[in-house]
Design a protein around this ligand. Structure first.
Ligand code: SF4
Ligand code: F3S
Length: 104
């Protein structure tokens, strides 16, 4: 599966949702997540994210992000259409410690 990590937080560009063939992105207030059981591992969303927030779970130490994505994808509504990025997206792109600072 692929997951969305904290690089999405406070950016939420949403380019990713346009390309997903199975519509498995779910939307929170300031980030998206992928449902790990619905993702078919096609990989097309990964290069679409300007914030480089989408990673394969084959990278090291991904278990926490898989569980994070699973938890919130079961609570949040699906998103299938691109929308405006968050107002200060560019400013927050690449910033450290976003989970602690902004996640809500
Ligand atoms: Fe959707 Fe493919 Fe990305 Fe999984 S890897 S979230 S199926 S676009
Ligand atoms: Fe987030 Fe990147 Fe999608 S910033 S909304 S994972 S395009």
């Amino acid at each position: 599966t692929y997951i969305v990590n904290d690089s999405c937080i406070a950016c939420k560009y949403t380019d990713c949702v346009e390309v997903c063939p199975v519509d498995c992105f779910y939307e929170g207030e300031n980030m998206l997540v992928i449902h790990p059981d619905e993702c078919i591992d096609c990989g097309v969303c990964e290069p679409e994210c300007p914030a480089d927030a989408i990673r394969p779970d084959t990278e090291p130490d991904m278990e926490k992000w898989v569980e994070f994505n699973r938890k919130y994808s079961e609570m949040w509504p699906v998103i299938i259409t691109k929308k405006e990025q968050l107002p200060d997206a560019e400013e927050h792109d690449g910033e450290e410690g976003k989970l602690e600072k902004y996640f809500s």
